[in-house]
Ligand binder design. Structure first.
Ligand code: ADP
Ligand code: MG
Length: 371
């Protein structure tokens, strides 16, 4: 790696070195030894030193493990190893550590390099610091989540007020009635958008966490039904309730439970045809509270059942305006119900209808005040 001179091959070699040393991304070349203690570092470029704080002479002959630490994802590393053993290029991301111990989020790609006989002799890896991008993404996600969450309250307030206005039809002129109707429908739409944003955010946020508190399902169901009144009227679907008890306590998280009822109810309503009925029932069985949402809609085709709870899976009719969705509702509903230690099940028959049930352990102590 001397000065730019000599034969054509040497010249090309020098250019290669110049390119590597001036590359924007950190680069590292190792030998292809995958058994313990792992591949040894043969070359790193200047960007590697900028990224990690290690000078080339400090890392040559060592293994890339010097960059790993407590938050490095071992599972991801195992997958990388498997890919390399199979001789495939692998790309991944994770947390690495600088010489001074500082963490950074790195995205990397490793390419195996083969000799003329096809045997892998080196691995070339490219690494890019994505810490800042990850931080921005996280902040964006948190903002969307808290804004969506905070919007639900005022929207519910506006809908409640509009409802009160609508209950006094004698005092309203026809044109005001019409305007109130428009305001009501627009609010319902906005609320559904907010619910979708909350769904997407839950998905992006990774494993869900809940604070379990005693929640009474009776007012919760009534409140969620009230929120869907406009939607069901718009689609000309009638909602019936069968709630024979005055209290129904479970251990849960109010927001998440509202989302469960919302997702099941909005599906039942949107997949029902005009003029049909949706039933929401709450009953007790074997120490459990069972919430059932049933419709007389088209049923779910058998071919779709394996994908029913998959994220972003929408059934065959979901591209129509009436049925439009993004396929997250049931995936999230199942996550929430499982997180609360409950069970989600369904029965469906094509041409007859669908019923989803959520079973949650009843909290008797909250009723008797012993908690
Ligand atoms: N009550 C129901 N009746 C008929 N099909 C349903 C019902 N509930 C869910 N589905 C089917 O399951 C799919 C996934 O539902 P979901 O996860 O809520 O997504 P989305 O409502 O956004 O389409 C729907 O697209 C639909 O095909
Ligand atoms: Mg849905």
């Amino acid at each position: 790696m001397g000065e730019l001179a000599g034969s054509g091959a040497e010249f090309a070699d020098n250019l290669g070195t110049i390119a590597l040393d001036n590359a924007f991304d950190a680069m590292m070349v190792t030998d292809a030894e995958l058994d313990e203690p792992g591949p040894r570092i043969l070359y790193v470029n200047a960007a590697f030193t900028r990224l990690t704080g290690y000078a080339a002479e400090e890392v040559l002959g060592k293994t890339p493990r010097i960059l790993q630490g407590p938050k490095t994802d071992r599972g991801a590393l195992d997958l990388v190893r498997q890919g390399l053993v199979a001789g495939e290029p692998v790309a991944s991301s994770g947390i690495n550590y600088r010489k001074d111990g500082g963490e950074f989020h790195v995205q990397w790609r490793i390419e195996p390099v083969r000799d003329d006989s096809g045997e892998i002799t080196f691995f070339v890896s490219t690494q890019r610091d994505v810490t800042e991008r990850m931080n921005v993404e996280r902040m964006k996600g948190e903002t969307v989540a808290s804004v969506s969450h905070e919007m639900r309250g005022p929207l519910t307030g506006i809908l409640g007020a509009l409802d009160l206005i609508k209950r006094q039809p004698d005092q309203l002129s026809e044109s005001i009635k019409h305007l109130v109707e428009i305001a009501d429908l627009s609010c319902q739409r906005l609320l559904r958008l907010v619910e979708t944003m909350l769904d997407v955010q839950k998905l992006a946020a990774g494993p869900m966490q809940v604070d379990l508190v005693a929640v009474d399902l009776v007012p919760l169901v009534a409140q969620t039904l009230a929120l869907h009144r406009g939607y069901s009227e718009e689609l000309e679907v009638e909602i019936f309730t069968e709630v024979p008890m005055t209290q129904a306590w479970v251990l849960g998280d109010e927001d998440r439970l509202i989302q469960v009822v919302t997702n099941l109810l909005s599906n039942a309503v949107k997949f029902s045809s005009s003029g049909s009925q949706v039933r929401v029932a709450l009953r007790r069985a074997d120490g459990k509270l069972i919430l059932e949402v049933s419709d007389a809609g088209p049923g779910i085709p058998e071919s779709f059942l394996p994908y029913l709870f998959e994220r972003f899976a929408c059934g065959p009719s979901s591209n129509t305006t009436r049925h439009r969705g993004i396929g997250l509702g049931l995936a999230i509903t199942r996550d929430i119900v499982e997180l609360l230690g409950g069970e989600l099940s369904y029965v469906t028959e094509e041409g007859v209808g669908t019923a989803f049930t959520v079973a949650l352990a009843e909290q008797v102590s909250s009723v008797t005040g012993l908690a």
